[in-house]
Ligand binder design. Sequence first.
Ligand code: FAD
Length: 281
Amino acid sequence: MKSQQQHPRSFSFEFFPPKTPVGEEKLRATWQQLAQLSPRFFSVTYGAGGSTRERTLQTVLDIQSAGHAAAPHLSCIGSTRADVAATLALYQAKGVRHIVALRGDLPSGTASIGELHYANELVEFIREKTGDHFQIEVACYPEIHPQAKNAHDDLARFKAKIDAGANSAITQYFFNSDCYFSFIDDCARAGIEKPIVPGIMPIANFSQLARFSDACGAEIPRWLRLKMQAYGDDVESIRSYGLDVVTALCERLLSQGAPGLHFYTMNQAGLTSEIWKRLGL
Ligand code: FAD
């Protein structure tokens, strides 16, 4: 973990762009509340194939206009180089300086995979078009990306994104801190020294979490799954136990040198604020 301890800590909060005016109002209240914790930045996800392009930008601008740093996510799969260049130009024109660059996943039934097939190609393209304008974050997977050929290849693909010019990385969420520590050691051996900030998923709704985790390849350890299942519909107990588990995970990560935390807030301030308070940040 030594390679990560040299970096200043970065705390950030992720949202998805709301679909309705009511959702927008709710999200505004959420980021206003979370802004009091002074995160380094907020980030806003990008729907597959550019489906949320305008809403992602609008949410980022809304947050920026209140004086807070905000980073749009940008995925490349299914897009042409011209589409991506146009989005980058728009972000530049609006004063955006920070981007989370991803491959994304193709929506089923999409005919074309587009011109940039992997995130390292996107990072390369962003650097080629915009030089050092953007601070670029990329994704990485301590538990291995579900489509990876194998663990070694996945690590090499991650390194390719860093070598293409990414400044730092955010991990997929996980509940087993050892997998993060061992991933960091593998990264250091591979020569990756940029900050790798753990992605943290607060637990609000267990069946939803189980669905997400199956889809994105994040493992819910057996002990956690069985304990959560035993609570059945008892939402309060799930929330309370989830808070204990996720706070303990964050404590372990920070005390052993993780360079910050990135919270997948699901557009809710409550759980993230409570974990923050318990961590004494
Ligand atoms: P890549 O780094 O391109 O890797 C994808 C897979 O391809 C991996 O298995 C890798 O091993 C393999 N690979 C990479 N390069 C090559 C190559 N040259 N040849 C063969 N195989 C290769 N999705 C969204 O749609 N919108 C979002 O806003 C969004 N935000 C995210 C934020 C974070 C922090 C994380 C962790 C994920 C996010 N995702 C988002 C999900 C992400 O898009 C998916 O996990 C996607 O499947 C992979 O994206 P990537 O950028 O990691 O892809």
